[in-house]
Design a protein around this ligand. Structure first.
Ligand SMILES: *Cc1c(COP(=O)(O)O)cnc(C)c1O
Length: 467
């Protein structure tokens, strides 16, 4: 009855104790956090599925490489190792290290985006779009419509709708499109991949207009796995080869090494154009650090370099994606509405379907995330209207079609029994959904990235808890 679960290609050498708080402790912690799982203290969390960002367990090899990190301010040996590794696996000639992904986005956006710029992308990502907007640009979603339908089984829901992109180029003109921003996989759609065929077609269209493509490579290894599984002609290719083919079709990338690269911190910007690289090196000194460390310690660069090598190992990426699928399959078997097909790093609950009786103005996903925490001290993340923020022009809430609660699985951290514990809790909450009497309303709403620090209270001030 349980779906398959391949044995992990690692064993545990060091443990970190975790503790399940009591129901009373959970209720107090949630109140203190203003019903926002982002504001919970990690010590009040039992299973932490808030994010897979920087929460990876590093390998013994990564830890031992950290001991030989070169902390030279300029020209660190560890930088050259990292640069080499990125060139080898991602293929871009010019590498600019940053403290994490958004550092790369800041530098890229400051160089390429100006007031009046339009940036098309396969669905927005929070920090990416914020940097584009802070520099005066406007983001345009050019993902296929299927991506906005949680039930659609399209195998590549990260694909670009070429007609939407073509129309945008005609409407605003290629000269006001500094680049197309493509994510592989698409985080906000629940880790959905883009196909190589679609990437090649997008490339053809943009090249005809002289528009570069910048890849968000945070989970490009996971994307490569899905291409191997689902796209005809790639079943015998190595993950490293598919990753290189993805990057070959793009002009540069922003990378959060806290995702695919099994690191706890780190990132980079990499480009093919030497002039762009030069401008990026000039800016990285201002915002991150010298261009041979960019905000990372030498030891961090060692961990990232080794992590890149491990990330493309077949058994590692297989165990990673199949653990996510196992959780999703258990929920699907129990009738819990989840985003289909299952993504690479997360299972996303369709909160609008589970909490049909909670209006969108009362943030069903924020409400469901709070209920799951109360049930089992499992921390999840809202990915719906709260994350989408307000329209910068009209000031109104943006209500994306997807109102999701994301259960994001850290790499190499939890075992099957942890995943079963989470599945049982989510199934419990779903089955008792009628006891959730109302949604939530803001008591404090920050003006940027409001999902991180916003505070809420029950819309009717008396949410029922089952605990
Ligand atoms: C995490 C993430 C980023 C930002 O990276 P940070 O390292 O968190 O700054 C950008 N894009 C995607 C798709 C991400 O998942």
């Amino acid at each position: 009855m349980h779906p398959t679960y391949p044995p992990e290609p690692w064993r545990i050498k060091m443990v970190e104790p975790i503790r399940l708080p009591t129901p009373t402790e959970r209720r107090e912690a949630l109140l203190d956090a203003g019903y926002n799982t982002s504001l919970l203290r990690a010590a009040d969390v039992f299973i932490d599925l808030y994010t897979d960002s920087g929460t990876n367990a590093m390998s013994d090899r990564q830890w031992s490489d950290m001991m030989i990190g070169d902390e030279a301010y300029a020209g660190s040996r560890s930088f050259y190792r990292l640069e080499n590794t990125i060139q080898q696996y991602y293929g871009y000639p010019h590498v600019i290290p940053t403290h994490q992904g958004r550092g790369a986005e800041n530098i890229l956006s400051r160089i390429l985006v100006k007031p009046g710029s339009h940036i098309p992308g396969n669905m927005y990502f929070t920090t990416t779009r914020t940097h584009q907007e802070l520099n005066g640009g406007t983001f345009h979603d050019i993902i296929i419509d299927e991506a906005h339908d949680p039930a659609d089984e399209h195998p590549f829901k990260g694909n670009v709708d070429l007609a939407k992109l073509d129309r945008l180029i005609k409407d605003v003109g290629a000269e006001d499109i500094p680049y197309v921003s493509l994510a592989a996989t698409v985080n906000m759609a629940g880790g959905q991949p883009i196909s190589l065929a679609n990437l090649a077609e997008t490339r053809e269209l943009t090249a005809a207009h002289g528009i570069p493509i910048i890849l968000d490579a945070a989970r490009a290894v996971e994307n490569a796995w899905f291409i191997r599984q689902r796209e005809p002609g790639h079943a015998d290719h190595s993950i490293a080869r598919i990753l290189a083919e993805i990057c070959d079709l793009t002009d540069g990338a922003c990378m959060s090494a806290k995702k695919d690269s099994y690191a706890n911190i780190g990132g980079w910007l990499a480009v093919r154009d030497p002039d762009l690289a030069e401008r990026a090196r000039n800016l990285v000194v201002v915002y991150e650090g010298l261009h041979t460390y960019g905000g990372m310690a030498g030891r961090d660069m060692e961990a990232v370099a080794r992590g890149i090598e491990e990330s493309v190992e077949h058994d590692n990426i297989r165990a990673r994606v199949e653990q996510v699928a196992y959780l999703g399959d258990r929920l699907i078997a129990a009738g819990v509405p989840v985003m289909r097909p299952l993504g690479g790093h997360a299972v996303c609950l369709d909160a609008a379907a589970t909490l049909e009786h909670v209006p969108r103005t009362e943030f069903p996903a924020q409400t469901l995330a709070a209920a799951i925490y109360l049930d089992s001290a499992t921390r999840t993340a809202e990915r719906g209207a709260v994350s989408a923020g307000r329209d910068p022009v009209t000031g109104d809430h943006r209500y994306p079609k997807l109102e999701l609660v994301r259960l994001t699985i850290p790499r190499r951290v939890y075992t099957r029994s942890h995943i079963d514990f989470v599945a049982d809790s989510v199934i419990n909450v779903h089955n008792a959904r009628a006891t959730i009497a109302s949604g939530l309303t803001f008591t404090h709403e920050p003006s940027v990235l409001r999902f991180f620090q916003g505070r809420f209270t029950p819309a009717d001030r008396m949410v029922q808890s089952r605990t």
